[in-house]
Design a protein around this ligand. Sequence first.
Ligand SMILES: Cc1cc2nc3c(=O)[nH]c(=O)nc-3n(C[C@H](O)[C@H](O)[C@H](O)COP(=O)(O)OP(=O)(O)OC[C@H]3O[C@@H](n4cnc5c(N)ncnc54)[C@H](O)[C@@H]3O)c2cc1C
Length: 390
Amino acid sequence: MDVDLPPEDDPRRVEVRRWLEEHPSPSGRVLSEAGYVVPHWPEPWGMDAEPELQLIIDDELRRAGVRRPINPIGIGHCGPVILLHGNDEQKKRYLPPMLAGEDIWCQLFSEPGAGSDLANLSTRALRDGDVYIVNGQKIWTSLAEIAKYGILTARTETDVAKHRGISYFIIDMHAEGVEVRPIKNMQGGERGDLFCEVFFTDVRVPTANLIGEENLGWGMAKLTLANERVSLSKGGLIWGNGPTVSDLVDLVKKNGGVDHPVLRQRLVDAFVEGEILRYHHLRQISAAVNKKPGPDASLRKALSDPHGQRVFGLAKDMLGAKGMLAKESMDPEWEEWVTGFLFSPALTVGGGTSQVLRNIIAERILGLPHDIDVETGKTWSETKGGLAVG
Ligand SMILES: Cc1cc2nc3c(=O)[nH]c(=O)nc-3n(C[C@H](O)[C@H](O)[C@H](O)COP(=O)(O)OP(=O)(O)OC[C@H]3O[C@@H](n4cnc5c(N)ncnc54)[C@H](O)[C@@H]3O)c2cc1C
């Protein structure tokens, strides 16, 4: 695989550069209407861009200092599902402000009794004429406090196997009966980066907000999770965002290097891991994984989450006692490393825990049998007499 970007005079690059000269500080709306927010999506939302063009666009936006709108759950997880399963009306109404970053979205999947085993969810949506009445509770909902819309999985039929009878809705987060309670996290939590609990009490959701067919939401929920793993596995250490290990190397060099032999070895180990992940990411792009999320994204997430934890832990150790200072007294250059360290335990939980990712890799990449028989709730070794471990 060729990992060099196309040359400076590549006509595709020239075209993007010309557009950026004409629009030096584009709003989210202008950027999205030009197709630069999701270039890999079909027109009119994107540009049907092949992987190389995606890389060119990313590179030119970065050079021009132009940032895409920040709406990670909307653009990364919910949008692709609406694009694939929404009707024309839903696409026209919800996608433009989502892609422009004007309407923030959240994902209402996890419940106190349904995390890894998402199909165990018990939030109910009962049809009553042209509305569904929703009752139940969700938890760990990122961005719920600032979101205008959410995607909700709720049970519409009960007397069926648990993966059936689930439907997929768009929820107006300001509708009557929706109550959002923030949960403060270890970082201190600022408005917008909080987890929330969300309670639904007799919320009236129009039938027009159902995506796809009633009771067939499980396939879409799986697609959302697969898209989540793709969007969580880009370059940065925090699920694709934030700094990379190379940024830490640069910071260390700027500060005169590291003379502690063990820290020096750990830095090189982390750099080697980072390089492997960088090449894996390029391979994913080259396989156009954005168009067809598959188990490879789980593999990358299983590798990159512990890598993120190791790099943030290393940065904290390099800082020594200074790493324990409060945010206000912190050297600004190191602040993102210390806040990253405080967030890092969450990396191997959110978006699929390390153990669940390993189950997916075992089944879908290694071809091993299921860990749990969904019908009986028993392990494969219990039902079929396989290898019992531990
Ligand atoms: C930072 C962050 C943001 C999040 N944002 C959102 C959000 O926006 N929306 C949303 O809906 N959810 C969100 N979540 C919730 C997240 O998806 C769940 O925490 C995750 O799915 C795990 O579920 P759980 O916490 O209920 O743990 P459980 O599923 O109860 O798991 C507990 C432990 O058991 C292990 N385990 C479970 N099943 C198996 C198995 N079959 N084999 C082996 N081990 C197993 C797990 O790996 C884990 O160690 C977020 C979580 C985090 C940390």
